[in-house]
Design a protein around this ligand. Structure first.
Ligand code: DMJ
Length: 537
């Protein structure tokens, strides 16, 4: 054998080792990490695909959606979710509230699948909200209420508005939830909440409770679009009044001299010196905060809704919610955004020091930052930020999306894992949780970045992700399943999450479609991907 041929196996081994990310955990202290971004990605030419490429890709995503819907209708019609591997149906997790047809209805409408749209509509409208199960108030709001409001917004079919009112009325008792007192004696007293909704509700009798006496930032801060929109559409202020109590609490924290006021935090906790960021849990009876700040699990859509409320309700320059958003952007770019030595961007947690852990959920933030730039949020009160301009924000969004996409590229399946922990100096990341549950956040961000830059690299990245999902998550019955591990493709979890319809497929479809399909100056998406028509002031 030729000499060079004998070396091939060792060359392949070296290549394989180089290719495998070195996985280990370190928790570097904040001061060894760069606070300001290093020089960013090289200047690049915006490149443009042909229209026919984009059309073909949109068609492909549309056919995936139809295939998934047909599998649901064949094996799980009327159930909450399809079990895409076992051909079964799930009624347990959602207590017969049918999140799948709710989350599919606006997607089928946008894609022009008339029959599927009517099937989803009939199932959604015939769903009764008197379940005996203990269900998440937040999820019912963003999925079922959000879908109904969006479908009304897009079609003006008053049946959807009536459904939205029915669901919201069923959720209103959550705002009467009482929170257990937390004192040293552990006595079982209960207090009035400061107006925060309970975490769980039993729709059938309106019983609502908090989870261990705490509420999370994302849950109490991500009902405002839906409840305020319903009030605006119906003229009934009672819905907005309830969700505005939390916003008023945020404003009163701001008035009290945030962030210097230590009373905002649990006794014994240090002051959180991170302007614009909020801890991820709050005591419903005292309004005191605890925990670290991040933009992933338990916090994510709170930050998203600061910007989106401002857009949805007419972009008023005097809307204080925009001040909260601008502060938040400053906090995110100053304290959460970090770069590895190889210049990969990520967002971590900050509280007692910095923790370089990022979950898949956090990847949405690139899209929200891009949306803020597109809607001129930073031009409206731009003097407030210290040294971040709209350009800085756009650059951070681009870097963060690239960082998330890199995690997709690095995995065996071409799909990103649920949680990673970075070792910035080593330019490595350890996979802490390798599952993929059909989450949308990176595709969502690519959609916003494409609308911002018109650079087809984001469409090409999206296409790689879509084809990886189709290859590894599609099951024999035509449905799609989450993966137990992105490192071991085709090991399925047998769950087809409803947000696969509402977000993953919808954002992928819109990524490849013309910008006049849901123009972003006329619509704003709730956190479940349901578009609401913007209200003018
Ligand atoms: C969706 O239900 C919503 O986007 C929510 O805000 C959190 N993420 C899931 C999908 O991953």
């Amino acid at each position: 054998m030729d000499e060079w041929k004998r070396t091939i196996p060792s060359i392949l081994l070296v290549l394989a080792l180089v290719n495998v990310t070195t996985w280990y955990v370190t928790m570097p202290s904040n001061d060894v990490l760069p606070d300001r971004p290093p020089p960013r990605r090289p200047a690049h030419q915006v490149h443009t695909n042909t229209n026919s490429t984009s059309l073909m890709r949109a068609e492909f995503v549309s056919s995936m959606a139809l295939s998934a819907w047909k599998a649901y209708m064949k094996f799980a019609k009327g159930a909450d979710e399809l079990k895409p591997v076992s051909n079964g149906s799930d009624f347990g997790r959602w207590g017969r509230t049918r999140p799948t047809p709710f989350d599919a209805v606006t997607t089928m409408l946008l894609m022009g699948h008339r029959d599927a749209y009517h099937e989803a509509k009939l199932l959604a409208l015939s769903t009764s909200f008197d379940s005996f199960n203990r269900l998440s108030v937040f999820e019912l709001t963003i999925r079922h209420l959000g879908a109904s409001l969006s479908a009304y917004s897009l079609t003006e079919d008053s049946d959807f508005l009536r459904k939205a009112q029915e669901i919201a009325r069923r959720l209103m008792p959550a705002f009467q939830a009482r929170a257990p007192t937390k004192d040293a004696s552990g006595s079982g007293d209960e207090n009035e909440s400061i107006g925060l909704p309970g975490t769980f509700i039993t729709l059938n009798d309106g019983t609502s409770t908090f989870n261990n006496g705490h509420a999370t930032l994302a849950e109490v801060g991500s009902m405002q679009m839906e409840f305020r929109y319903l009030s605006a559409l119906t003229g009934d202020d009672s819905y907005a009044t309830e969700v505005n109590k939390f916003t008023q609490h945020l404003f009163s924290c701001l008035d009290a001299g945030w962030p210097e006021n230590e009373d905002l935090y649990l006794p014994g906790s240090p002051l959180m010196p991170h302007r614009g960021l909020w801890p991820m849990t709050i005591d419903p009876s005292t309004g005191r905060w605890s925990g670290a700040a991040a933009v992933g699990s338990m916090s994510d859509s709170f930050y998203e809704y600061l910007l989106k409320q401002w857009i949805l309700f007419g972009k008023r320059p005097d809307d204080r919610i925009l001040v909260l958003y601008e502060d938040a952007v400053e906090g995110i770019l100053t304290h959460l955004l970090k770069y590895t030595s190889g210049h990969w961007a990520f967002v971590g947690h900050v509280g007692f020091g910095f923790e370089p852990t990022q979950d898949h959920l956090s990847c949405f933030i690139a899209g929200t930052l891009a949306l803020g730039v597109m809607t001129n949020a930073h031009a409206t009160t731009s003097k407030r930020t210290r040294w971040w301009s709209g350009e800085d924000v756009a650059a951070a969004a681009i870097d963060l999306a690239a960082g998330c996409f890199h995690l997709y590229v690095e995995s065996h399946s071409g799909i990103g894992p649920e949680v990673v922990s970075f070792s910035p100096e080593e330019n490595t990341a350890e996979v802490k949780d390798s599952k993929y549950i059909l989450r949308p956040e990176l595709i969502e961000s690519l959609f916003y970045l494409y609308r911002l830059t018109r650079d087809d690299r984001y469409r090409d990245w999206g296409w790689k992700i879509v084809t990886s999902i189709d290859r590894h998550c599609r099951t024999p019955n035509g449905g799609y399943s989450g993966l137990l591990s992105v490192m071991e493709p085709n090991k399925w979890d047998d769950v087809m999450e409803s947000f696969f319809f509402a977000e993953t497929l919808k954002y992928a479809y819109l990524l490849f479609s013309d910008a006049n399909v849901i123009p972003l100056d006329a619509y704003v998406f709730n956190t479940e991907g349901h578009p609401f028509k913007v209200l003018s002031t």
